[in-house]
Write a protein that binds this ligand. Structure first.
Ligand code: ATP
Ligand code: MG
Ligand code: MG
Ligand code: MG
Length: 472
């Protein structure tokens, strides 16, 4: 069935309304009460207190469309199905219905002619195979079979694929069951399954059954109030329904992709990676800047991620000869698409364009010189590893986020000593502690490049970022 983004969003909400769910608003992209993550990564995230037992004003059946950002997926952007920002269609049972209803509804939504109308032979599902900790989820498998999914299309997989649990040691957890579109490509091997990621099976939806509580001693107790948490990717599902090669061919991205072709004179088909990175990163930046708890580019926390995305888009943009101002023009295509669904994007549009232009201009000033410097470094390199101090110079003098240096190096089959970079960063920070107060004051009259703080966006920084006062 060919649907566009507006139709699919509405169909989702209507379906769950018909199953007596309250429709709730998308929460902000910036989590309000969770210092452990920078962005809302899933629809369930803002609902954690309610999943833990607090009554929700909307009742115990909820559904929505949630704005999500997954920084961990940035490096996957360019493939056919991972975006940095995406919309998750979600529904929840807070101690109300459980596996039986949810799997039957999932089957109905996926296959019924009124809804997605996916032929049943094009579906595959995975369920938890069980281990020494927790039993095999035979219940879910049985319900899928009763619905009409053939045995060969039901895959039993390990915890890493079919288990949802808290980041900490204790808390609610349980098996999940994922739904895939079987592209009908040939199996990559005898053991080809949704776990092998060869592209034959594309995941579109995940039903999580929070069934247990994991205790501090590692044991599991059945929860009195079992919850359901599901999430379906809007872009991905549209892509699969329409038979597109990637999410970038959906109605959400085509205006941006077309605009990049016009502005650059280059063809999308010849520059898939660059077009996709630019389109993805500008869409994400548009949502971060336009959020009700909006972010601006900076050197720590969310601001750093935003800066990194914009700068990467600038770098790819220059490789296609996009000129200053292009980012804001591309952002307009997204504002147009989302203005009725996320009104905050529309009301903040001037801020979005201004910040994009400002950050683009800032980075443009040092990018060309920085790339020349990078060439020099490569030419004089002994071995295949760029040392930390050199990477730090690219950061400090030319504004290259460490991830961009790592990416540039990768293109030359080189690596970067990121640990050395961390050390150089910290050493520099210690040295500049004394001058910091002055830098803070200096910022109002034009931000200084050197005015950064301790976090710059990889591994350990997630927890650190929030503990420090934001430099802005
Ligand atoms: P994958 O294995 O493909 O990375 P996931 O298992 O990490 O997906 P979930 O956490 O189960 O994803 O999220 C629910 C749904 O959200 C997925 O089934 C998928 O449709 C969608 N989704 C997840 N990550 C992305 C992304 N980076 N871009 C677009 N859609 C996504
Ligand atoms: Mg993932
Ligand atoms: Mg998955
Ligand atoms: Mg999943």
């Amino acid at each position: 069935k060919k649907l566009n983004s507006i139709e699919l969003r509405q169909m989702w909400l209507d379906f769950f309304k018909s199953k007596k769910h309250s429709i709730i608003k998308s929460a902000s992209l910036i989590p309000e009460n969770d210092p452990t993550v920078l962005f809302t990564t899933a629809g369930m995230h803002p609902l954690v207190p309610y999943l833990l037992g607090q009554p929700h004003p909307g009742g115990n059946r909820l559904a929505n469309v949630q704005k999500c950002v997954r920084t961990g997926d940035i490096d996957d952007v360019g493939d056919n199905r991972h975006c940095t920002f995406f919309e998750m269609l979600g529904n929840w049972s807070l101690g109300d219905y459980f596996k039986e209803d949810m799997i039957k509804w999932s089957y109905e939504f996926l296959t019924d002619a009124k809804y997605l109308a996916i032929p049943v032979e094009r579906l595959a599902v995975s369920v938890f195979e069980g281990d020494s900790d927790a039993p095999k989820d035979t219940e879910s498998a049985k319900i899928w079979q009763e619905c009409g999914i053939k045995k060969e299309q039901i895959f039993f997989l390990k915890k890493e694929h079919n288990w949802w649990g808290p980041a900490g040691i204790t808390g609610p957890c349980g098996p999940d069951t994922e739904m895939f579109v079987d592209t009908k490509k040939p199996k990559c091997s005898k053991d080809c399954s949704p776990a092998c990621n060869c592209g034959k099976y594309v995941e579109i939806w995940n039903d999580v059954f929070m069934q247990y509580f994991k205790n501090a001693d590692g044991s599991f107790t059945q929860l009195k109030n079992k919850n359901v948490d599901t999430g379906m990717g809007l872009e991905r599902t549209l892509c699969m329904l329409n038979g597109f090669d990637s999410v970038y061919e959906t109605d959400i991205f085509t205006p941006a992709i077309n605009k990049i072709e016009v502005l650059s004179g280059c063809k999308y088909a010849d520059n898939l990676q660059a077009f996709r990175v630019i389109a993805d990163h500008i869409r994400t930046a548009t949502f971060m800047l336009g959020d009700e708890r909006g972010v601006v580019p900076g050197n720590i926390g969310q601001g750093y991620i935003l800066r990194r995305l914009i700068r990467r888009a600038v770098r790819y943009g220059r490789s296609l000869n996009l000129t200053q101002g292009s980012l804001a023009v591309l952002s307009e295509t997204f504002v147009e698409i989302y203005k009725d669904i996320y009104p905050e994007i529309y009301s903040n549009k001037d801020k979005i364009y201004a910040e994009l232009n400002r950050e683009e201009e800032r980075f443009s000033k040092t990018l060309v010189a920085g790339l020349k410097e990078f060439e020099k470094i490569v030419n004089s390199l002994n071995g295949s590893k760029i040392d930390g101090a050199t990477a730090f110079k690219l950061y400090d003098t030319y504004g290259f986020p460490i991830e961009i240096t790592v990416e540039l190096a990768g293109e030359k089959r080189l690596t970067v000593d990121t640990q050395g970079f961390d050390e150089a960063f910290k050493a520099h920070q210690a040295k500049s502690q004394a001058g910091r107060r002055r830098e803070f004051q200096g910022r109002t009259g034009g931000r200084k490049r050197n005015c950064y703080k301790a976090s710059y966006g990889h591994a350990s920084f997630t927890s650190r970022a929030k503990k420090e006062p934001d430099e802005l």
